[in-house]
Design a protein around this ligand. Sequence first.
Ligand SMILES: Cc1cc2nc3c(=O)[nH]c(=O)nc-3n(C[C@H](O)[C@H](O)[C@H](O)COP(=O)(O)OP(=O)(O)OC[C@H]3O[C@@H](n4cnc5c(N)ncnc54)[C@H](O)[C@@H]3O)c2cc1C
Length: 434
Amino acid sequence: MPLTQQLTVAIIDSNPALGSGDCIKKDDPPDSRVSTVTPATISLFKDVGAWQYVQQHRHAYFDRMQVWDYTGLGYTRYNAREADKEVLGCVVENKVLHRSLLSCIQNSDFQKTIYPSRLTSMSFSSSSSTIGVGGTSSRTTPYTHGNLAKLELSDGSSLYAKLVVGADGSKSRVRELAGFKTTGWNYSQNAVICTVEHTEENQCAWQRFLPAGPIALLPMGDKFSNIVWTMNPKESSDCKSMSEDDFVKAINHALDYGYGPHPHSRLFGGDIFSWLGADVTSSANECFEVPPKVVKLVSGRMAFPLSLMHANSYASKHVVLIGDAAHTVHPLAGQGVNLGFGDAFSLSRVIAEGIAVGSDIGEVSLLKKYEADRKPANIAMMAVLDGFQKAYSVDFGPLNVLRAAAFHGAHFISPLKKNIISFASGEHKLPLFS
Ligand SMILES: Cc1cc2nc3c(=O)[nH]c(=O)nc-3n(C[C@H](O)[C@H](O)[C@H](O)COP(=O)(O)OP(=O)(O)OC[C@H]3O[C@@H](n4cnc5c(N)ncnc54)[C@H](O)[C@@H]3O)c2cc1C
């Protein structure tokens, strides 16, 4: 933004991709780590000029999504046009997101230095320094007053900053060094991820809830899809060690008739929502579909332990947390990275507002505005995802029927469906930099 363009920024990340400068080739094998980015994130990328780079690589917009239940009692189909949107989201390989943001940073006109290194320690000093980041006055004048955070890196260099943004993931070193407390729990579930191939291109996002957790089949472009399959740790190690052929059979079993029958569009022999009238139930026309068969595994299988974590506070003097450093959620609705981009937007706006009125960007009173903006949104999403996770951890007859009724409600009641799409799209506060 014009107001923040004068800041001097240091980007510290030990991810080897940051230092290598390697380009991604179109015919490179697809990465098994992908993110489903929402329309809100897409518009952020467009506003900062990063989406043009994503478009040069493999990516898959999808405008339809089907979510269903292994009991055969309920399903919901979402279509972007029901919420007056063109797309519900886009699946992008993480390496493409990283490379696109890096290209965007490299081609943007602001003072930045990239340190492909690890943060090892952080302390707060009131002395002057010869290297400074976060200043708005002169790019060469060292700070001579005020408290600064001192960062020490694994390559031996030291930096002094007015503001440290901890965007270093769920095991954040910044969070630990700044002493932020967290609340959370492990789910005793692992997500097994991999890339698979079909005979034809998949254009829909699919998610089926199974007794041990959901399995998602996400379109990736070309004939590839990504699998995110949540299960207990014992099942995940079995899945990782079985032969490729057996694993492909297990995926098809999990996505089709395995565990239970296909759901029907009429619950208990009748449409329980018909009394709501044709206007309200207009979205009921979409019938259940069977997802495309998987024919081949085209990547290794990786397993990630799943947990929920929330930092009790996101801001203290000189330090602020964003992304997974502040909150880690279950991947069942593909929201994690989107919450982080929402944080990034909010923080940039708060910093710009502070600069506009001459505030110190490391002042806790300023940074607390960011926390006040993001905490309610992040907690709301965490509560929804945790509720889903818990509701699907129990296989109990009456609860299964209630879940089916909820699926049917979401499928048949158009205003409810529209609201769900809107919430999942995260669009309430964007577009951003206009
Ligand atoms: C199986 C799975 C599927 C998922 N699918 C989706 C999805 O579809 N959509 C979605 O929105 N989210 C998804 N998520 C969540 C998403 O991956 C995370 O929310 C997201 O990666 C968080 O981004 P981040 O930048 O905050 O942290 P990270 O991605 O963890 O990045 C942290 C960065 O900090 C660097 N770093 C760490 N420590 C240091 C240090 N001491 N010094 C220097 N650098 C350091 C690391 O190198 C890394 O580059 C999924 C998660 C999982 C596990």
